[in-house]
Design a protein around this ligand. Sequence first.
Ligand SMILES: [Zn+2]
Length: 297
Amino acid sequence: MAKKALRQKISEGLLLVDGATGTQLMAKGVEAGKCNDYLNIESPQIILDIHSSYFDAGSDAVYTNTFGANEITLARHNLADKADEINAAAVKNARQAAGNGRYVIGDIGPCGEFLKPLGTLEPDTLKSVYAKQTKALLLAGVDGFVIETFMAADEARVAAEGVKSVCDLPVFVSMAFDAAGNDFRTMMGVSVDTTVNEFAALGVDAIGFNCGTLKMEQYLQLTEKFIKLLAGKNIVLLAKPNGGKPELVDGKAVYKLSDKDFGDWLAKIHKAGAVIVGGCCGTSPAHIKAMAKKLKS
Ligand SMILES: [Zn+2]
């Protein structure tokens, strides 16, 4: 049977996405500081295995391993000239794991530099960098795009404009929130209100959150806040929280939330209104499996 268009699937009220890639790579022994995006070419089997393990766990969609596969971030690894090749290889790996009935979302991460006036980067330069990454992902066959783990609203807006300048596929925008008193803000001070206003105006398909340093009950509160602000807008909520609040053990962030507890919390977050659900840092195929079991029953 032919796969439904991604927009239709979302309009039906539930899209299960994947869990973490970064922490899974570390668990597979990939050294920190390596260019994870280049693994699509260098060690495709590792990437294919991670995607397959999420589909086996019940994900409807996976994000491509292209979080840092824009030319600015790749330049730090002297790999800017390989950008198109890396994005194409990433989609190939994800598509191979997805088979016919499932979705591949092109992943776009922040570039690691500040736009003017805070930094020196020109918005038009960054927009063309993201447009180029989008073209490479599109050509290789993604079903949609996610702009994720952004903390600066201007940078996320430029990324969304870059994607939208290239194609009309679904676009999700996902910011990383921390606690700010009784409220939530990104590290760059962006509020939930600003996030919704900014991206609703751009006509994206989903807005939401991933990563962050919140406890699960706070992710639920964040969900409720988003849902109120999204009322009456034709935009769904994306929720891809970490596996609980990280604890520092020997200088490393450790996530201790059990897979069952993660599944229970994500069921509450979905019930509160989130349509696109998955996990970020510290979540594994076991967490996604527990979530899928709760949500599909
Ligand atoms: Zn994360």
